[in-house]
Design a protein around this ligand. Structure first.
Ligand SMILES: N[C@@H](CCC(=O)N[C@@H](CS)C(=O)NCC(=O)O)C(=O)O
Length: 258
């Protein structure tokens, strides 16, 4: 038998697991990847990046964006959470778990449309509510998030067709795309003192969220909103710098944070 290549050896000299995720548990984008792996029953090792640092492996694996998550499969890296979720769906297509993306090309395109809409609208509004101190900007972000959730309420009714999830009977692509962000939406509700999930406006999304967060593939990886609030308050300077696109000296910062 030939020895494993250097890309499959970890620091201790043991062969590295086939599936590794470079991540940071509170990241909504990392949550998406972990939910997809759990749905497919794939064993993985989560390599946690420390707050305020970027590991050599991360810089090497995602040299363009230098962000988590990165999925390493037999040492080969893939970046961008939604691309990783699609990749997982394809690689583990025949292991008995339900497909994450719908089979029908039109349904698949519709889910991709909404997933892109989610990423265009929700993370930027979360960043404003977490880090901007100007009242008018916050108000605008609350308005945008409320409108976005209302559109997603309508999308849920159409996609789910009376079933439990956007994906029908099972958690699918849109459930993962929105569900990963769920904890952070609840956290900014608390941080900014606003109500985004209003029963009168998004009743179906509220019921969906209640089902999603207790699903066996989700409950262990979705980080609780209160923990995200504490984390934000603890690392507020770093979060503000990242959210506002200011330069961050990761190496130096780590010495003060960890
Ligand atoms: N579009 C990316 C977003 C990834 C992202 O923003 N990751 C954050 C953690 S939540 C990160 O690594 N931030 C570090 C930085 O901005 O330098 C995805 O979907 O994977």
């Amino acid at each position: 038998m030939s020895p494993p290549s250097s890309s499959t050896i970890n620091g201790s000299g043991d062969p590295a697991p086939a599936v590794r995720v470079l991540g940071f548990s509170p990241s909504p984008f990392v949550t998406r990847v972990l939910v997809a792996l759990k749905l497919k029953g794939v064993e993985y090792e989560l390599l946690e990046e420390k707050v305020g640092t970027k590991s050599e492996l991360l810089l090497r694996s995602n040299p363009i964006h230098k962000k988590v998550p990165v999925l390493l499969y037999h040492g080969k890296p893939i970046s961008e959470s939604l691309i990783i979720v699609e990749y997982i769906d394809e690689v583990w297509a025949s292991n008995g778990a339900p497909a994450i993306l719908p089979r029908d090309p039109h349904d698949r395109a519709v889910q991709r449309f909404w997933a892109q809409y989610i990423d265009d609208k929700i993370p930027p509004a979360i960043r404003v509510l977490r880090s901007v101190d100007i009242a008018e900007e916050k108000e605008k972000a609350v308005g945008e998030l409320s409108t976005t959730l209302q559109y997603l309420e309508e999308a849920f009714v159409k996609c789910s067709q009376g079933k439990n999830y956007f994906g029908g009977d099972n958690i699918g692509y849109l459930d993962i795309a929105l569900g990963g962000l769920f904890g952070w939406i609840k956290a900014v509700e608390k941080l900014a003192g606003v109500k985004l999930f209003e029963e009168a406006k998004v009743p179906n999304l509220i019921s969906w969220a209640d089902r999603f967060r207790v699903h066996p593939a989700v409950m262990d990886v979705l980080v609780d909103a209160d923990i995200l609030v504490d984390l934000t308050l603890k690392y507020i300077t770093l979060f503000k710098a990242l959210d506002l696109g200011l330069p961050v000296e990761f190496g130096k910062l780590a010495q003060n944070l960890n």
